[in-house]
Every structure is written in C-alpha cells, then in structure tokens.
Design a protein around this ligand. Sequence first.
Ligand SMILES: Nc1ncnc2c1ncn2[C@@H]1O[C@H](COP(=O)(O)OP(=O)(O)OP(=O)(O)O)[C@@H](O)[C@H]1O
Length: 326
Amino acid sequence: MNARPLLQAEHLHKEYKLPRGQTLRALDDVSLTVMQGETLGLVGESGCGKSTLGRCLLRLTDLSSGDIVFEGRNISALSERALRPIRRRMQMVFQDSYASLNPRRRIGDLIAEPLRVHPDNEGRKRSAADITARLDELMSLVGLPQSALARYPHEFSGGQRQRINIARALALSPQLVVADEPVSALDVSIQAQIVNLFTDLRERLGLTYVFIAHDLAVVRQISTRVAVMYLGAIVEIGDTDTVLHNPAHPYTAALISAVPEPVIRHDAQRSLLRGDVPSPVSPPSGCRFHTRCPQAQPRCSAETPELRDFGDARQAACHFPLGLSA
Ligand SMILES: Nc1ncnc2c1ncn2[C@@H]1O[C@H](COP(=O)(O)OP(=O)(O)OP(=O)(O)O)[C@@H](O)[C@H]1O
C-alpha cells in the first residue's frame, strides 16, 4: 500500500442550531487522516455523528470550523464553484439504494449524468461514443449485464440497485469513496456480495474508502483501520485487528461485547452498555463516556482525555485504557 495521506481532517466541528436557541454538537473536534488505498471503517451507535462526519469530509455538509485537506489542498473553505473539479474525485454511496435513483430514468441515463456534466481529463466534453464505452465498462466493473442500462430502478433488487449506485459513484474515476451504511438495508447473503465488490474494486482501481457501518462484522471484513465514534468524537482509532481484538477504550469493548462471540473473537471483558446515549446538546463533562463507563473514576468527569498513542498502531482517548498502562 502506498502510505500517503489522501485526506486529512483537522479539528472538525459541526454544530446544528436547534429551535429554542439550543446547539447540538454533532462533531466535536474530530481529527483523522485517511491514507491512500486504505479503508477506514467508522463505527458507533446511531446518532454519534458518523454520517455527519462522512458528509463533512466531502463538503456535502458545511463545517462549523476545522480544516479538510484533500490531495494536499485545503478544501474546507472553497466555494461550490471551486469545489466542482474536486467533487469528481470524491464520491458518496448511500444506504438507501432506491432513494438515490430517480425512478423515472433509465439506469444508463442515471449513470451517464455525471459523465455528461463533467468534462474528461483533458477538459473536453465527452462524446456519445465515449459515454457508451464508459457505461459498458462500469457495468462490467460492478457485475451487471449491459442490458441493465435500458431498464428502470424498480426492475432491480436492493443489491443490484446498490451495484448501480456504485457504478454511478465510480463513473468519474474518483480517488475517495465515502460509503454510508451501504449494505445495512440488504439481506445478509447480499451484504457479503456487496462488501466483496467494494473490496475487489478497491484493489482493481486503487480506491480509498471511508466505510460507515454500525455492524462491526462488516467493518472488520472490509476495513484496514477503524475509528470508533461516541457522541461526536473519535474515542479510539487504529488497525482493525488491534482495535477489534484488543480494544483500549471501554466503549469499544462494550460495542464488541454486543456482537456474538463467533463473529468477532475478543479478549475484552464482557461489559454491557448501560443507560442511553446522553444528548449531544448537553454532553457530559470530562470524558463524554464516563456516565456509562464501568471503569469510570472521579478524574473521568473532570478531565477530557485526549486521543493518545499507545505505540501499537492505535490511539485511544481514555484515562484508564483497558489492558494498557495509563
Ligand atoms: N440537519 C440536522 N439538524 C439537526 N440535528 C441533526 C441534523 N443532522 C444530524 N443531526 C444530529 O446530529 C447527530 C449526529 O447525527 P448523524 O446522522 O451524523 O449520526 P449517525 O452516527 O450517522 O447516526 P445514524 O446511524 O442513525 O445515521 C444526531 O444527534 C442527529 O440527531
């Protein structure tokens, strides 16, 4: 793997203003680097900010503050116009394969749309013959027959529609694909096929992924590294094997505990998550996980732990990390 950073996010904050003057902190000082050719899995309970982070990384949602450097260029403050040539290099695949496809248009038209809008690498408008050739290429990349191009979205199964969405996302040969729960709505047997397709495409095309999923088994299968989010912050990040088999953060351990043992083998003590996730409108002081943490000590409610290196290809934000010296 070529170990160059493709995307660097520094101190990202995203706040939503709610009615009655309240502020919801969906992202609270998130920093991460996505290396060229890797798959960074983003995990965490519903509402922890995974989708917001994915959308902010691609500038589909505006940041409240922070910097995003993509291919060496700071894109955090670029206008829509200046972003246009960059957008083709970063694409998103969503969970709901049907909602992303206009039901009244043929698959060929849907996939050709970005090819008609964006010029080719030499800045020229693509010819009809070029577009047809590219459509054929994309169909074979995602494992669909050419005949699919003349049909409509409702004629396909969920898994096939996700293949169509992937083909559309790949039309302009992006470097980075952010996939937001791309297999969550699919049957388990189909999930495996689509995860394999993502892996295969990464290898064939040299793609880089940010792969958002709440299902740890899926994330383990596809990710080279994993970032665990809790209440708008990254609490642990590192190599997939290290994080999922030997978690340092009690929250990661609790997430893993919730997965049946044969799916993910782990040495962590069983620790069940107690209580509900606190509101991101008024997150707990200190470590935001302290209200649910079985390990919590007085220091945890007083002092916010920073993400720290533990010399084993992982960082965790915990004063009393599991199995590691504090
Ligand atoms: N447009 C919005 N306006 C106000 N609050 C929002 C908006 N979008 C997201 N939020 C809030 O921001 C927080 C993070 O949401 P986000 O969708 O990013 O989380 P998630 O981890 O992707 O969850 P899920 O898996 O349920 O999609 C949540 O508390 C959510 O309610």
